[in-house]
Design a protein around this ligand. Structure first.
Ligand code: SAM
Length: 196
């Protein structure tokens, strides 16, 4: 692994070593659109962290894979999955160096990991008819959550244009319109399908 990514791994291992024991609940894009998931198939939680999304996918009955650069995070996810009687294929993996293979997943969930050069790999990794669930932070924000570096936050409507060719099923980005104390703020979400 390149030096840059060893330090990325160390950074995230440190964070996950001191994080709360339980994974947080699954991301809104998955919880609110769970009914769109297929009854079977192969799913990937991309940069899974503690894997709340992977746990939901596995509980749904999908053959679930969960990859993250942090060995600590995937080890904790494997433990949690076992405790819940679920099977998840966890892997400590640098996704920049080793993105997924083309046409290898029916469902890909990518949350709070904006690495734009990987977008073509995500697109290619979907099987025909496959679904992408994507959510991450926007530049327009109402709170301090997420990365402070603007490079790692979405521009207005950027997520709508990031995966050309997919059929958009759900898009939500509320910016600063209306009552900013309510709604889905500081993030954008997309559910989109690869054409068969
Ligand atoms: C903000 S967390 C998001 C975790 C989870 N997807 C969620 O929404 O809670 C970003 C994740 O990206 C992972 N990550 C960062 N660089 C990575 C890389 N090059 N390859 C794989 N995972 C990486 C980190 O370890 C971390 O778990």
């Amino acid at each position: 692994m390149a030096d840059k990514n060893i330090s990325t791994q160390e950074k995230w291992d440190t964070i996950y070593s001191s994080a709360e024991k339980q994974p947080k609940i699954a991301s809104e894009v998955l919880r609110e659109n769970q009914h769109l998931l297929p009854a079977s198939g192969k799913a990937l939680d991309f940069a899974c962290g503690l894997g709340a999304n992977a746990l939901l996918l596995a509980a749904q009955g999908l053959e679930t894979h969960a990859w993250d650069i942090s060995e600590v995070a995937v080890a904790r996810l494997a433990e949690e999955a076992e405790a819940r009687g679920l099977h998840i294929h966890t892997e400590a993996r640098d996704l920049v160096a080793q993105p997924p293979q083309p046409e290898s997943f029916d469902v890909i969930v990518s949350c709070h990991f904006l690495e734009r050069p990987l977008n073509p790999h995500l697109l290619a990794a979907l099987r025909p008819g496959g679904l992408l669930f994507y959510q991450t932070f926007t530049l327009e924000r109402v709170d301090g959550a997420g990365p402070q570096n603007p490079e790692f936050r979405l521009h207005e409507n950027e997520l709508l244009t990031m995966f050309p060719g997919l059929r958009v099923l759900v898009y939500r980005e509320e910016g600063l319109v209306g009552d900013t104390q309510r709604g889905f703020r500081s993030r954008a979400m997309l559910v989109a399908q690869k054409r068969s």
